[in-house]
Design a protein around this ligand. Structure first.
Ligand code: UD1
Length: 343
């Protein structure tokens, strides 16, 4: 056993894949999740892969009393990985206060509980959204943090600042923010994957739902960008590669290998892929022809962004290695599994 880790949002998409990797690496995982954007059946998926059902609390992190209960019941907690947050960009524009309240109150409650209960390590789920549209590509961690373009993005920027300042005031504690580029795909066993609520906002679940017949056609949001094929460019990485980065970040903190008590890492493949190339990768990986058409730009979209992941490669010894075709194939396997479950 490598220690006890609270995983907030552990039944969510990235949280559940990380819980699997943590359990596999010998950690005891305790999940707190209010199931706002996830399903309790995810625990069965985690058990099917690992043989372990993590301890689960159906609690809202905005309720600090509930958080006290968890720490009271669990005793010594070595670390926290904080995923739980609202994450829909468009919704955040319509409901900014809900986003600020939820994403920031939960984080501040956790930071206070960490101090009260002497939990010394935190890994924070951040996003490349903090860079806005960068002036130079690929983006390194020292690229300037720019206008985030949405309240969701600002909650990630503010979250990072809150953690940085809190760590600066607490010599015994340490944290790492992981700036994810675009996580896609599902666990190769198809026991867990992405479970979007309602109509998906993100590209890959929209692709797989269209291919399986749940949506009529995929709309490509603009082919008039200043990119080789005119569609937007992102850095897509497989969710299992991403999950593994959390385990190495945690080990770095717990093993005292961190070089500062607050560190930031980009997590991406280091390769830009356009929307049209992503569609082609899906076709190549699955043999399924996708119904799609081009429509206008989506408000708030960044034209192009991809990571320079060399700091994470060097310092964490982590590298995303799963190709976009493999990622598409796992996403497709998962979509089919969901269909079979329903029918
Ligand atoms: C967005 C956020 C990111 C956040 C992530 C979490 C922005 C700029 N970024 O990522 O910060 O962490 O969501 O949910 O908002 N696309 C289509 N048709 C579709 C869906 C998407 O063409 O039906 C295109 C988009 O225009 C974009 C690409 O696919 O170019 C990826 O979109 P998406 O999966 O939504 O991710 P981001 O917008 O990059």
């Amino acid at each position: 056993m490598n220690g006890k880790v609270i995983v907030t949002g552990g039944t969510g998409y990235i949280g559940s894949h990380t819980a699997v990797e943590l359990i596999t690496a010998g950690f005891e995982v305790v999940i707190i999740d209010n199931l706002y954007n996830s399903d309790i059946s995810v625990l069965d998926g985690i058990r099917s892969i690992t043989g372990v059902t993590p301890k689960f609390y159906d609690y809202d992190l905005c309720d600090s009393q509930k958080l006290e209960e968890v720490f009271g019941a669990e005793g010594k907690v070595d670390a926290i990985i904080h995923f739980a947050a609202y994450k829909a960009v468009g919704e955040s524009v319509r409901k900014p206060l809900e986003y600020y309240r939820n994403n920031l109150t939960s984080l501040m409650n956790l930071l206070e509980a960490m101090e009260r209960h002497n939990t010394t390590a935190l890994v924070f789920s951040s996003s490349c959204t903090v860079y806005g549209q960068p002036d130079t590509l690929p983006v390194t961690e020292s690229s300037p943090v720019k206008d985030a373009a949405s309240p969701y993005g600002y909650t990630k920027q503010a979250g990072e600042v809150i953690i940085r300042d809190t760590m600066a005031s607490r010599p015994g504690q340490k944290a790492i923010s992981l700036r994810y580029f675009n996580p896609i795909g599902a666990h190769p066993t198809a026991f867990i994957g992405e479970l979007p609520r309602g109509v998906p906002e993100n590209l890959v679940p929209y692709i797989t739902q269209t291919a399986i017949g749940l949506r009529e056609e995929l709309k490509v949001f603009g082919t008039d960008y200043d990119t080789p094929d005119g569609s937007c460019i992102r850095d897509y990485l497989h969710v299992v590669d991403l999950a593994k980065a959390h385990v190495v970040a945690l080990k770095r903190l717990l093993g005292g290998e961190n070089k500062a008590n607050y560190e930031v890492f980009n997590l991406g493949m280091g390769k830009g892929v356009s929307v049209l190339e992503a569609i082609a990768a899906f076709g190549k990986a699955t043999g399924v022809r996708l119904n799609y058409s081009v429509t206008g730009r989506r408000a708030g979209d960044i034209e192009k962004i991809w990571a320079d992941p060399s700091l994470a490669n060097r310092e964490l010894g982590w590298k995303a290695g799963i190709s976009i075709e493999e990622a598409m194939e796992t996403a497709w396997r998962w979509e089919n599994k969901l269909k079979n479950k329903k029918s």
